[in-house]
Design a protein around this ligand. Sequence first.
Ligand code: FAD
Length: 410
Amino acid sequence: MRVLISGASIAGPVLAYWLTRHGFTVTVVERSPALRKTGGHAVDLFRPAMDISERMGVLARVEEMATRVDRMTVHREGARKPFAVDLGKVYRAASDRHVEIMRDDLSEIYYDATRDDVEYVFGDHLTAIDAEEGTVVFEHGPPRRFDVVVGADGLHSGVRRLVFGPEAGVFIGAYLAVLSVPRERAVVGEYVGHLGAGRMAGVYAAEHMTDARAVFLFRAERELDCHHRDVPRQKRLLREAFAGMHGDVDGWLDELDATPAFYFDSITQLRADTWSRGRVTLVGDAGYCPGPAVGGSTSLAVVGAYTLAGELAEAGGDAGRAFAAYERAMAGPVRGARAFALGSARTLIPRTPLGAWALASGARLVSALPTALTRSLARLNQRGVRLYDSMAVKDYLGARTPRRERPTRR
Ligand SMILES: Cc1cc2nc3c(=O)[nH]c(=O)nc-3n(C[C@H](O)[C@H](O)[C@H](O)COP(=O)(O)OP(=O)(O)OC[C@H]3O[C@@H](n4cnc5c(N)ncnc54)[C@H](O)[C@@H]3O)c2cc1C
C-alpha cells in the first residue's frame, strides 16, 4: 500500500516512521526546498509523545537536544522589580515525563529516523487531489496515484484547502512571532521577558544553539488584515504592537531586518469535527490545530500521527475503517486541547494590567510552593495542566517494542 504525506515538519515524519514500520510504502512531499531547519520557538513534548519517541528509538537524541531553559525572569510593565519563575517546577507539575525542545531540532530528529526508508520530495506541493481515486497532481513532478493521501502540512494546509475548501479556523485573539537574534542577546538557560496588558516578549537560548530566539505574543480584538505569507507586513504589525514597551524589546525588534529566520502566525483554532474524505485525511495542525503556542499542538500532532498509522495497520489499509477509528480515538484529545488552548491564551496574554499582575502572582506562588504540593495539586487537574499526560496511547501491532537508537548523523 502506498501512502503520500504532504508536509515534513513534525506530524509528517512521525506518521512516515510508523507507516513504514507497519509495512506501508511512503512518499513525503514538502513545499520548502529542504527540511525547515530554521525558525520557531521551543515546543513541549509531554508523556504520550515522549513514550512514542522512545518506541521510535529517538528518545536519547530528544533528551540530548532539550533546551534546559528552566528559569524565567519577567519584568512587568509599571512594576519596579521583576518576578522570577522556576520553570523546572512548573514542568514537573504539568508532566511526569516532559522535554522542551526547539521545533527545528525535533523535526530533524524525526526526519533522520525515516530518511533511509521513505521517499522525500522537497520543493514541491500538490495542486489537485481526487479524494475518491487517490490521484494527485504536483506543481512540478508528474501526476501519481496513492492508496491514501494525508495532509500533514500545518495550520494553512494545502491538502485541507484542496479537499475541504477554504480555511475555517477560528481566531482566538492573539498573534505569535519568533525571530532568530544573535546569541549574545540572551542568557543561556534563562527566559528573560517583559509583560504588559495584551503583550509579552522575551528572549532565550539553549547551550547547543548558535543563535537566540526572541518570542512575541500579542492580543488583537479581531484578525488583522495580513496574509500568512506576507512577511514585510507581519514585521510592520509586530513593530507597531510592541512600540514603546522597553529598550530590550526595541533591541530585539532592531534585528527584524537582518534576522535569518522569522515565524509569524495568528493563534487560530481549527474546529472541524471530521477531517477525512475518501482516501484523504489530515493529521496534526492541518486537521485539528488547537492554536500555536497555547495548546500543546506538537504533542497532539505526535499522538495523532502514531494513532493514524496504527489504525491504518489494524484496518489492513482500509482507509474508510481506519479513518473512522482514528477520528474516534482523537476526538477526546482534540476537544481537550481546544479547551486548554482557549484558557491558556487568556491567561498567558492578559488583557489588562490587573490580569498581568494576577499572572505574575500566580507564577510566583507556583515557584514558592514545594514541588510535591504543586504536583499533587496539578494531578487533580486532568483537563488543565495535566491534560497531555492523561492522554492514553493505544498499543498497536508491534509498536510497543522500542527501536534501538540509531547513531546520530550530522
Ligand atoms: C518554520 C516553523 C516554525 C514554527 N514555529 C512555531 C512556534 O514558534 N510556536 C508554535 O507554537 N508552533 C510553531 N510551529 C508550528 C508547530 O511546528 C506545530 O504547531 C506542531 O509542531 C504540529 O506540527 P505539524 O507537523 O502538524 O505542522 P507544522 O509544523 O506547521 O508543519 C507543516 C509542514 O508542512 C509544510 N507545508 C506547508 N504547506 C505545504 C504544502 N502545500 N505542501 C507541502 N508541504 C507544505 C511546511 O513547510 C511544514 O514543514 C512552526 C512551524 C514551522 C513549519
